[in-house]
Design a protein around this ligand. Sequence first.
Ligand code: HEC
Ligand code: HEC
Length: 387
Amino acid sequence: MEACLLGRSVLVLLGLLAGTVHGVAQADESAAFTPAQLSHVRSLGPWPPAWTADPTNRVSGDPRAVELGRRLFRDPRMSPVGYIACVTCHQPDRAFTDRRARAHGLADLPRNTPALANLRQQRWYGWDGASDSLWLASVRPMLDPREFDGNPTSITRIYERDPELAACYAAVFGTEPVRDAQETIVNTGKALAAFQETMVTGRTAFDRYRDALLRNDASAMAAYPAPARRGLRLFVGPAGCVACHRGPNLSDGQFHAVLDPAAARFGDDDGRLGGADRLRANPMNLLGRFNDDATRANAQAVERLVVRDDMRDRFRTPSLRNVGVTAPYMHDGRHDRLVDALDHGASAVGTTLGAAARDDLLAFLVTLTDEHGERRPWSTEPLARCP
Ligand code: HEC
Ligand code: HEC
């Protein structure tokens, strides 16, 4: 009896509180955000971003290169063993990742396979930024002994044995694929990059709310669930997430040490330290002969890159778009559930999250999922005529 009464009064109280918050929301939603928070919300869009070609890749945006990349992405002949392709790990019906904690090709890798999306929004690629272009990040798996274990000659051989693919390559690049094996593997990476640039996530409930908030459209705002609004307020406010998960892609593209390295799931991984070191030494970085941008503007970042010990244990901030469908989480896949992947943020700003805050953040994060979710669009038809 007592418990029941108590329950009822709590309900009444909750109802009153909800009424108050709702009233404020209807009067002027933007008043619930401080000006600084409101400008953070604004900076999480607009979405989708305007398309810009990658100046370091001369076939970026070329429809025939996109089509060549689409074919190569799922082609198991890319690996000398003949059964591993990019789609082995980046699967279209699993948000272009693989639902595994760590990737497995010919052997285990120590890292989680990132969902491939919105890649034009990044500046460095891989968890450790060991690539400074999307095409270099696409060449890397061809050479890695744990992935394809290929080499320039094994890639050239695919074109030698497939005249139609070779003709498509020649149409895209204006040279024969057998002329210079090193150039051929880089161009293959560039076609793959052109294809992957088309993998952009769609608009979400959050994007509709953000736009409605900015134009003060109360009826459009009402469609956004109250817990998600509270989560967004935490995200751009006291929980401090927006310090790193910022910009339209909810990633600053930079490297931070936010996890306890002692809890690493698959042994030592020094993150950005090793990544920066490998990038500096890589002849295919943007300082090398394969950068198609004559101005070399994009090469300044790698030119100025100084490998310092404080880069140890840093990993690139992941985008949070579609994060609700890309488990497991973190560079070593240490968390299976999204709710367990939130604590690093609060500790970065010196707070802890209570259960209610956690639920609200979760409610916000799932509104970042687009209409396709985990099952990404994948055309089985050619995207363009090639050759
Ligand atoms: C064995 C599984 C596996 C295969 C096969 C594979 N990848 Fe990956 N991919 C990964 C893993 C793991 C990472 C993270 C690498 C790192 O941080 O060092 C990654 C990272 C990437 C990235 C960087 C993404 C980002 O957000 O920075 C790109 C781009 C990429 N892969 C494209 C490809 C392409 C193109 C192919 C085929 C040529 C391919 N991958 C084949 C597992 C795989
Ligand atoms: C200091 C920068 C920083 C702050 C602040 C921060 N994050 Fe992160 N976040 C990262 C980095 C870096 C990673 C990847 C860490 C790793 O794998 O080593 C990450 C990973 C994540 C992931 C896992 C994503 C995936 O695909 O694996 C989620 C979810 C996430 N953050 C949400 C949040 C939320 C919510 C907040 C606020 C409570 C927050 N983050 C605050 C930098 C930050």
